[in-house]
Design a protein around this ligand. Structure first.
Ligand SMILES: [Zn+2]
Length: 320
């Protein structure tokens, strides 16, 4: 197996405790830094290692341990409060899981409970309680039938970046065309969370946010359709759980000025994008940034990424 010099350096940094020291050092910077770590799927490597955007339980456990040891873990609403606080400083972390796969309950939830870490799961409400195959999972299945998992993730990302801007018919035609290149005709659907699992988690540590009804690119829709996607998903969760839903995540992280305004008008208090980085006092609460942790399969990668970003902020703070 080829040795990856970058990975070796990150591991070395991690085991020498350098990220821990950098995070501790940047905590003294006089304003709060709030990291939102995003995931989609968590499952045992033996079970689902061929799934798109999947983190193995072992990797997720090690990442949660690092986060618990080095950050103050908060819910989304607590994170917003921290940024507003006049005297607050420190480094905060929130966990997000997008789309609403059943493995969030089976595998991520027990680990989050083990470390008492709050999280928000963003639900795509039309698929709750169903078996569903999102189109990007279909693309990944086609690509991975001919390539290794790491390479497939890379190829799938570049295909998806083009497909998410197409209208549905054109996209489905293109995927049908790709299917011809697949060596596997067996395309599984994945179980999505049901209301009983959602209620059980909501009673203990887990909040739920809206991620639209059908996970379409909102920038391609008419105003009325956007409103239906936003208020439809918000209301359904509110009615089923008897809570107010205040958090939203843009499907694919895609937004424009109009979408952003409609999210505000729909009654959400914040929205998370896929812009990379951490949140500070200057961050627009309808453009919260994130760290895509499901692409950082090792705790050492997550540790090095966050500590370097924090250190950069610290340097900026003292030079400002
Ligand atoms: Zn999503």
């Amino acid at each position: 197996m080829a040795l990856d010099l970058k990975d070796i350096t990150k591991d070395l940094f991690y085991y020498l405790g350098i990220p821990k020291t950098l995070l501790w050092f940047s905590r003294s910077c006089g304003y709060p830094k709030w990291f939102i770590f995003t995931y989609h799927r968590v499952s045992p490597s033996s079970y689902n290692n061929n799934a798109c955007l999947n983190v193995s339980c072992d990797a997720f456990d090690r990442q949660m341990k690092f986060i618990k040891d080095n950050f103050e873990t908060v819910s989304m609403l607590e994170g917003l409060k921290v940024l507003k606080g006049n005297f607050s400083k420190g480094i905060y972390a929130t966990i997000n899981l997008d789309d609403g796969y059943m493995d969030n309950y089976l595998y991520a939830y027990p680990i989050l409970r083990k470390y008492s870490i709050p999280a928000t799961i963003f639900l795509t409400t039309d698929f709750i309680g169903k078996d569903h195959l999102f189109w990007w999972d279909r693309v990944f299945n086609i690509v991975s039938s001919n390539n290794g998992t790491k390479q497939s993730a890379h190829i799938t990302n570049s295909i998806n970046a083009r497909l998410r801007d197409k209208d549905e018919n054109e996209r489905d035609e293109l995927i049908k065309g790709l299917q011809g290149y697949s060596s596997s005709k067996d395309v599984p659907s994945y179980a999505m969370l049901g209301w009983s699992e959602i209620r059980r988690m909501n009673a203990n540590l887990i909040s739920f946010g809206a991620h639209t009804k059908t996970h379409r690119n909102l920038c391609l829709l008419e105003d009325d359709e956007i409103r239906k996607e936003l208020t439809g998903s918000k209301k359904e969760i509110e009615e089923k759980l008897g809570i107010e839903v205040t958090e939203f995540a843009y499907p694919f992280g895609i937004f424009d000025d109009k979408v952003k305004i409609l999210v505000d008008e729909a009654g959400f208090r914040c929205a998370r994008s896929t812009l990379q980085g951490f949140n500070s006092r200057e961050t627009d609460r309808f453009l919260l940034t994130r760290i895509a942790a499901d692409s950082l399969s090792k705790a050492s990668s997550l540790a090095v990424r966050t500590s370097i970003k924090s250190l950069k902020a610290y340097t900026k703070g003292i030079l400002a």
